[in-house]
Design a protein around this ligand. Sequence first.
Ligand code: FES
Length: 256
Amino acid sequence: MKVEKMTIVYHEPIARNIYQLILGGTLVQEMNEAGQFVHVKVGERTDPLLRRPLSLCDINKEASECTIIYRKEGAGTALLSEKKKGEVIDVLGPLGNGFPLEAVQAGQRALLVGGGIGVPPLYELAKQLVKKGVTVTSILGFQTQDVIFYEREFASLGEIYIATADGSYGTKGFVTDVIGGRGLSFDVLYACGPKPMLKALEQKFPDKEVYLSLEERMGCGIGACFACVCRVPNNETAYKKVCSDGPVFKVGEVVL
Ligand code: FES
């Protein structure tokens, strides 16, 4: 983990309120795991609350560039969205533990399930799995057609299904409706998205190998402030920190 001033190589909206940010710098050489995140300083003051945790969507070591996709939805990300190509930005990372690649072997099938702004880390995961020889099927859920992104990119790596809550594109409903409707089989399931989606997957596949990446509000991002704790099952006092113990957990490891 390091802090680096990274340079904005590209920064444009790619769907309604969804921005693609490509950063260049040597910090990319430290980035390895899909599902890890960086803590990006969105303002100029030293206030640590001006950092936002953003997951890595694509790691390109050859070009020393990483891609982040985020949704503009509050004061912090609104500030971030104003930054222009060529500006530098203070980045702390890489942070957290990503998706375990060793959970699936070459020739096996992985199901990747993403909801909304939980979709980005699954792209780097899909790339790494395909490189390993794993067959990848992606199911991506969005609220509406105008917030869909990266359909083509996921399609280049395997089978893809899209669900929208309002039915404006793909299957009407949720990612679980796609899984149920298609009877998709898999050896390992990896998911990232809102808690109700993760809970639904946990209930649907109690006996399967499932890894979930939690989206949690964060403060420090490095295990020091307790802003991101979540409970451990069957234990009133134990907890885990999403930022440093996660954000990826095996199903059942924490209470959703
Ligand atoms: Fe501070 Fe996790 S964000 S402990």
